[in-house]
Design a protein. Sequence first.
Length: 452
Amino acid sequence: MTYQQILNNLKTGQLETAIAQLDTLLQTQANHAELWQAKAVALLGLHRYGLATSAAEQALQLKPTLASAHRSLGRALTELGQPYRAIAAYKQAARYYLDQRNKHNAQDCLLSIKQLQSTLERPARTAQSEIIAPPVDLLTQAKAQSNQGQHHAASETLNWLLALTPNHPQALSQRALVNIHCHAPQLATSDMAQAVALAPNDLNIRQQQGEMQLLLRDFGGAIATFTAVLQQQPDTPTAYLLRAQAHEQIGQVEAACEDVANALAVDGQNLKAYRLRGKLCETTGELKDAISNYRKAASLSLEQGDWVTHQTLQHQIQSLKSQLQTQQDAAAQTVHVPIKHLSGGTPVVEVIFNGLPFDMVLDTGASTTQITTRMADLLNIAPTGQGYFCMADGRIVQRSIGHIHSVKLGHTQMSQLRVSISPTSDEGLLGQNFLWHYDVKISRTEIELYQR
């Protein structure tokens, strides 16, 4: 005899024959769970519920995930007047049928639970808690898939869940987010609208609505949604951080920083908050603060065992440190000199010649630095020759030439600067033979010289 022959006898109602055949096989194949399950089915057909219970339990000892055996056990226990144990058995059956994507049998088990609960003293609450359990398992699975970037797998899981329970608001809101990642915005908005209609007071769903708006770049709508959530539940760091992201996208950096601060006030060890604050500091050019926040986030990621995030943050830190060093090097080479006053709209700055301070007009059009005869006398500069110079009005004039041993402007200096000595001018001009080493930037209160 074969197992298939036994199944044929069960289908045609030859139950006693099937049991006899099963007992013969079980003498040599006692560890075959499906044979014990088949015997339980035959015994149920003969209304031998006690023996059916024993056969189903024996099958489950051998194979705990055998959905059909859990179902047979539920049927037997129902007939024996043990509804609570029967509900537990049907619940396990539904769970394993769901794992197998066996929608028909799963729904049949859930219906059996409902019927059993209707006979108990507290049917509504208990029935609901038992029936919701399997969909919650699928919802958890879908969220895990989505968090791992497996959006199409998550969509398939949620489609299955919603085929089983069409009006599951949490599943609808989760599928809305998944649909955004699967490039189906119209489906996403439809799912979210249905979820909000089914559970208008569920703050988690409202928060997911804000996430969807954020992903769809409806930043104003997202801010309004997160604000509504926070008005009812102000200790929600995730809502603060998501609203901060929306503020950041429309350039409201100060508002974004305030939201991050509020998130950290609720949860001082929030990795995402430190990471976002680091990004905001980077945006505003506060590189030292950005590095500090990224370091805190990296430390938390290591504590949480998130090695990938830790490595990403370390790369960001190293990149910012390089940028900061470049800025510091550039700043060290930049000369900042305050403007004392203006002469005909041209800045006048203090220059140190041979240790003595003089006010000099910054003349980027003069090829050679010019000093007055009074300055030459104070500096004891003896002319070393004569030279011809073109004036601003086009005249060519002859003047004495000398050299200044030391010239200092701000923290930069040079030696042996060639100068012309003007007998008619009453102010000195700092010309290109000093300035040509620098790019010059003139602001309202100072000049900046950048080393070329």
